[in-house]
Design a protein around this ligand. Sequence first.
Ligand SMILES: [Zn+2]
Length: 322
Amino acid sequence: MPLESLALARGTVDRVTEKRTDEEWLDAAWQDPGTRVLVVSDGQALVRADDEHVELVFVPPEQAPAGTRFLLGQDADGTVYFGVAGDLPPAPVPAASSSSAAPSPAIQPAYLREVGSLLGDRDAGLLTHAVALANWHVTHTHCPVDGTPTVPAPGGHFTVCPRDGTEHFPRTDPAVIMLVTDPDDRCLLARNAAWPGRRVSILAGFVDPGESAEQAVIREVAEETGIKVTNVRYVGSQPWPMPRSLMLGFRADAPAGQAIAVDHDELAEAYWFSRDELLAAIEAREIALPPPVSIARHIIESWFGGPLPSTWPDTFRPRQPS
Ligand SMILES: [Zn+2]
């Protein structure tokens, strides 16, 4: 029962990894006015949004700001995409048009978590890739061996220390996220102590050094709720580059006869929900599920057997054109 259509596990652009070290090809692509540059600043990119569509706003290379440049890939039509970690460019001003024309969709900065599920496949893939690399470049600026400022390689997918020649690659932190069910097929949902309001989700945690993902599932569930799980099975993954996670999704079984013992350093509360109880609690606004951009939401809906209502008021709203 693999998960499908995860919001941040999409993409249509070929990463053309063999071009990342081809300086001649990279230079030619940057000189091409048809090349498209996605600027990311503090995790945000410009989007063009109205009530029906959200799409990324690209600039040609000549309008890209100063900043670390990285190759994102090449479309089937030959268009090359770069990312730049730098200041967001000013929103392009729409051409003057007759007053009777429909207003142009507004352009505004947006975070991946806000628009990741609203973008099309191409743009969702590009923004996820760009945010991951931009976050890494901004936070990994020095050689970990001797502290010398590093220099990005031409394609932007690794950095080099000019003093000792060591190469440094982007970091991704694996995390497990798991839906646990009891013998009555009820699912375990918890509220993190750090979360506001009514938000609940399935359990999650980082994989420890020297630990397998399956071991991490068993350890995290036991630490957070006192429940010992068996039959751990993988269901799918998606990147969550905020700042640098890869979420590995699992299901696991909780054998009968166990009581929940919440670790209050991590969780405020945890409960078993039947499908009927879950739907009733959402509709009564006693709880709210994580947003559709998250793998958690997909795993919960996969167990539930269909879409569930969204009651969390943090959905993206397009700005009104001025
Ligand atoms: Zn060094």
